[in-house]
Write a protein that binds this ligand. Structure first.
Ligand SMILES: NC(=O)c1ccc[n+]([C@@H]2O[C@H](COP(=O)([O-])OP(=O)(O)OC[C@H]3O[C@@H](n4cnc5c(N)ncnc54)[C@H](O)[C@@H]3O)[C@@H](O)[C@H]2O)c1
Length: 324
């Protein structure tokens, strides 16, 4: 069923707005003239990420755990009518969730569950959700939106898949429209985690050698955060189904861990050696190789400008301070 509801001068609540992707989204929605409200508990987010936004009179921020339903509802009641919610809060440290499953239960699943309860209480009709390639698990060939069966191999992926399920159930009962985005590896300035972040931090600790988990052949699509935000807003404005769900990735390209390690060393610590720990998998819960079909996204009229490799080179420059 087609539902046309354009995002114009809307009031938008973003969970996890002090995080990597959330803060770029806050900046872009403010630049497009919206009123933006956000909450973050600073589990991984940082106030500095919102330095520019906090000066904008159309922005309101509260340090808040969105699993505290009463406090979140009370905060939003103070703000007047909210048109839609962009739910970005989650645990983004996948290995942390492998070691302790409670992390993803609380931060990845329950934040979604409680966000839905909050929306039902306040009668907010539209939800945009940050999902992940991790819901697919390991498959050969390009991952399409209808690839299955879906057997995630990390708690993080499992809790994102469960979140998608609760969201589609809510669409059946009280939500009016939903956009689910399955992100690839997103990189760029203000990163709070991820392979480039880890490599630069490791070089800071030991500028002579970079240790790389696995044999460097792990290969995935990478997308620069500015392009991700741009793609999300494009889909939000042009995806007119009641339930819109899309893979988002760069034009068909991927980067290997070896490519990233060599680029990081070349830029941040020329001359450092690279030591691979061996084996085709990096860490438990990691899908070592995947590629995305972006046919659906292309058909909606969006294509990235940067390849995965170009996005990697740019993101290294933007995060170079981490190695110093
Ligand atoms: N970065 C990626 O490559 C990637 C890939 C796939 C999906 N995603 C998803 O995109 C979203 C944003 O990820 P990111 O990379 O910006 O990670 P991030 O950790 O920088 O951002 C998540 C934010 O949520 C906040 N948060 C966590 N639990 C909270 C809670 N209970 N209450 C309030 N705030 C809470 C954190 O403090 C953090 O600021 C997440 O849902 C993540 O799972 C990211």
């Amino acid at each position: 069923m087609l539902v046309v509801y354009l995002l114009m001068n809307a009031t938008i609540f973003i969970t996890g707005g002090a995080g990597f992707i959330g803060s770029h989204l806050v900046d872009e929605l403010l630049a497009r003239g919206h009123r933006v409200i956000s909450a973050d508990n600073f589990a991984l987010g940082r106030r500095e990420n919102l330095a520019a936004a906090l000066k904008n009179p159309r922005f309101t921020f509260r340090e808040l755990d969105v699993n505290n339903l009463g406090a979140t509802v009370a905060f939003l009641r103070e703000q007047g009518q909210v048109d839609e919610v962009w739910h970005m809060a989650a645990n983004s440290d996948i290995p942390a969730g492998v070691n302790n499953p409670d992390v993803d239960l609380n931060l990845t699943f329950l934040t979604t569950f409680n966000t839905l309860k909050m929306m039902r209480t306040l009668g907010i009709p539209r939800l945009v959700f940050a999902s992940s390639s991790a819901i697919y698990g390991a498959h050969d060939g390009d991952l399409r939106e209808d690839t299955g069966p879906l057997f995630p191999i990390s708690n993080y992926g499992a809790m994102k898949l469960a979140s998608e399920g609760c969201i589609t159930a809510a669409l059946e009962s009280f939500l009016k429209q939903v956009w689910i985005f399955r992100f690839p590896n997103v990189i760029g300035g203000r990163a709070t985690h991820g392979v480039i972040y880890d490599f630069l931090k490791k070089l800071r600790a030991n500028p002579a050698e970079l240790e790389v988990l696995g044999d460097g052949t792990q290969e995935k699509p990478y997308l620069h955060v500015t392009e991700l935000v741009n793609a999300m807003l494009h889909i939000r404005d042009h995806g007119n189904q009641r339930l819109n769900y899309f893979n988002i990735a760069s034009v068909k390209s991927a980067a290997t861990v070896r490519f990233i390690a060599e680029a990081v060393v070349r830029t941040a610590a020329p001359g450092a050696s690279i030591r691979y720990t061996g084996g085709s998998r990096g860490w438990v819960g990691d899908v070592p190789k995947f590629s995305y079909s972006i046919e659906k996204l292309q058909a909606l009229g969006w294509l990235s400008k940067l390849t995965s490799q170009a996005a990697v080179e740019r993101a290294i420059q933007e995060n170079l301070h981490l190695a110093k």
